[in-house]
Design a protein around this ligand. Structure first.
Ligand SMILES: Nc1ncnc2c1ncn2[C@@H]1O[C@H](COP(=O)(O)OP(=O)(O)OP(=O)(O)O)[C@@H](O)[C@H]1O
Length: 251
């Protein structure tokens, strides 16, 4: 059974008397252990799609399920619990709290889930080692670099052992060195079984994924599967698809 199923998802925003069709008809399935990149030009509907999967927004019509849970039917309170327990988020701008030190930022979702301090420490230790953040846990977010901040944010997303990791432009604020380091980390956790769905404008970032979906005008326009290709060949295909998408725009 797929982890995530979307069937004919449609999202229409009503503004005054105007209707904006952000998502026209999106169907997709994501299996446990998959790593999916979502690309598309500005306004294509990527954020809308991510928000619906994240239960931050509701589809106008269509079916969306994670495991057997119908996400359209969650009340706001249940959706908040669902987000806390089943999802991990990594954003472009890190979203860390400057009034908490890094360790407390990472612990936040576990505090909300009422885990014991002992369990929090037990979960953090191996994760901190893997993310190479052990020596910066006592510092505050404003005392570390952007790349380190994103690793703290990744630790906060992963510490709940989420069913699905959602990343929105996770490398957007990072230089190429730090971006590569975060993407290698995503690779590692994906190899360990973590399912990842990442929205990105970066072809290089997408080339780390197993599948890339291209969204245009609210539909999935094309899909590339990495398969046995090298990262370089996959990257070339992603870039070519983006060029084809953009040139259609010009015609
Ligand atoms: N709350 C809203 N009210 C009205 N229209 C909206 C709303 N949110 C998004 N839209 C419209 O829906 C369409 C899709 O927007 P969305 O933000 O999903 O695109 P995107 O692919 O994420 O773009 P970007 O790459 O620039 O972030 C756009 O035309 C946008 O203007």
């Amino acid at each position: 059974m797929p982890l995530l199923t979307l069937e004919h998802i449609r999202r229409i925003f009503k503004e005054d008397s105007q209707e904006v069709i952000a998502l026209k008809d999106i169907s997709l399935t994501v299996k446990q252990g998959d790593y999916v990149a979502i690309m598309g030009e500005s306004g294509a509907g990527k954020t809308t799609l991510l928000n619906i999967i994240a239960t931050l927004d509701k589809a106008s019509s269509g079916i969306i399920k994670l495991d057997d849970q119908d996400l359209n039917e969650l009340t706001e309170q249940k959706a908040a619990k669902f987000r806390r327990e089943q999802l991990g988020f990594v954003f472009q701008n890190f979203n860390l709290l400057n009034t908490f030190n890094n360790q407390d930022n990472i612990f936040l979702p576990l505090v909300l889930a009422r885990k014991t301090p002992q369990e929090m420490k037990q979960r953090l230790m191996p994760l901190a080692k893997q993310l190479e953040i052990t020596n910066i846990l006592a510092r505050y977010p404003y005392e570390i670099s952007g790349g380190q901040r994103q690793r703290i944010a990744a630790a906060r997303a992963l510490i709940t052992q989420p069913r699905l990791l959602l990343a929105d432009e996770p490398t957007g604020a990072l230089d190429s060195h730090n971006a590569a380091s975060l993407l290698r980390l995503f690779d590692q956790v994906n190899e360990q079984g973590q399912t990842i769905l990442m929205v990105t404008h970066s072809a290089v970032s997408a080339s780390y994924s197993k599948r890339t979906l291209f969204i245009k005008d609210g539909v999935i326009y094309h899909e590339l599967i990495r398969g046995d290709q090298s990262k370089r060949d996959y990257l070339t295909k992603i870039t070519e698809t983006l060029t084809a998408l953009a040139s259609e725009e010009v015609q």
